[in-house]
Design a protein around this ligand. Structure first.
Ligand code: PLP
Length: 385
């Protein structure tokens, strides 16, 4: 099985060279747009491409407003701050995520609470959240309070794992009932749809990452999608040093962040966004090919939930045993093909092992058995555009 898998991946990417897990692809107007910024000298935190990238992204996702920032972690931190998260608060999230989700919660002054993920989406499980809220929390004067610690639970941050949308209707209902702000960590799911609507547009805020390994990249970058226009205006002000607009005076009216995305990076983003639909089409084709390959085997391919249309950012497979997983990872490394095990879950990291948590059986299972497969968009010969 292993050898035929490696052969299959080599045929998929038509190369004998090293195959990374996820490489970016620049086949559109990226060079021209970046060159414009150099020619104009507007390479830094002000420039037309920043405004254009924000407007294009808001229009693509059908969001009220999009605010470009320097990376996905900064996007999360700014969204948490704007949602009113303060020192000593609790924020419910999943332990099965990249560490940035929790680090942003930490630097917003709060502590994460871990609930389990759903086997359907691999993202935050509404049933697990409901159990935590019903068994451990109470609503007091419109605030959700964790009974044992008397700490306020302020927000819920689900993450659309590998691009697969979480069960948003159920999560939204719980957030409404328990007075919690929903912030979607949509770093991995740009272009994924939940019941026909873009992920990142259901919560009060949704955050994106344009790191080099994401479906589109700006080198480094992020975005906050805002459900309310006024939130967007406030967040733009906050993430750009909270400077009061004036032709020469320097007055700042809040403790602002300098989380601005440089124009140089936004230019790259504009070029990438124009190709996003063709990237998604190719990724969905790659996912279907992996699913055919593994059909009837002892490996289980992760598939999009029935209510969703996933961008299939990273393909994943569940191995039949940890021995098979280790052997697969080792042989792949020897053969120059990059496979990756799931993240070590957050509740097992030193910084987060003291955090409040529910039963995390699915999280533990996935982190032991799951492996990600090479999922880059393929070269020009497979172009859809
Ligand atoms: C789930 C998740 N959240 C947040 C981030 C943070 O994004 P960035 O690396 O742009 O800070 C990433 C990716 O890097 C991610 O995968």
């Amino acid at each position: 099985m292993q050898q035929t898998l490696f052969q299959f991946i080599r045929e998929l990417y038509q190369t004998k060279d090293f195959i990374p897990l996820h490489a970016p692809r620049f086949a559109g107007q990226e060079s021209a747009y970046v060159q414009h910024t150099l020619d104009s000298t507007f390479v830094s935190s002000v420039g037309a491409y920043v405004d254009r990238f924000e407007a294009d992204m808001a229009s693509y996702c059908k969001s009220s407003k999009a605010v470009a920032v320097m990376n996905g972690t900064a996007a999360l931190q700014a969204a948490l701050y704007a949602a009113g998260v303060v020192n000593h608060d609790l924020v419910v999230t999943q332990s099965f995520t990249f560490v940035a989700t929790c680090n942003a919660i930490h630097w917003a002054g709060a502590d994460p609470v871990f609930v389990d993920v759903s086997e359907l989406s691999l993202g935050l499980c509404p049933k697990s959240l409901a159990e935590f809220l019903q068994q451990e929390c109470e609503l007091t004067d419109g605030a959700c309070i964790h009974r044992q610690t008397h700490r306020r639970v302020r927000a819920v941050v689900p993450m659309h794992t590998f691009g697969h949308p979480v069960e948003l209707d159920e999560l939204l209902l719980l957030c409404q009932q328990w007075q919690l702000v929903l912030i979607e960590d949509a770093a991995e799911s740009l272009g994924s749809l939940y019941k026909g609507r873009h992920t990142g547009t259901f919560g009060r805020f949704g955050t994106l990452s344009f790191n080099g390994n994401k479906i589109i990249t700006t080198g480094g970058g992020g975005m906050v999608l805002c459900a309310n226009h006024d939130d967007g205006v406030a967040l733009k002000h906050l993430t750009t040093t909270a400077k009061v607009p004036h032709s020469y005076e320097f007055v700042h009216d809040d403790y602002g962040f300098n989380y601005r995305m440089p124009n140089l990076n936004a230019a790259l983003g504009c070029g990438q966004l124009e190709q996003l639909d063709s990237f998604i089409a190719d990724k969905r084709e790659i996912a279907a090919l992996y699913q055919d390959f593994f059909a009837g085997s002892e490996f289980r391919c992760v598939k999009e939930p029935p209510y969703a249309r996933s961008n299939y950012w990273l393909n994943a497979v569940i191995c039949p045993s940890t021995e098979v997983k280790t052997q697969l990872l080792e042989t792949a490394a020897e053969q120059g093909i990059m496979l990756r095990p799931a993240w070590r879950p957050m509740h097992q990291l030193a910084m987060y092992q003291h955090c409040i948590r529910s039963n995390l059986a699915v999280t533990d299972y996935l982190s032991e058995y799951l492996v990600n497969l090479p999922s880059s968009v393929r070269s020009l010969s497979h172009d859809h555009s």
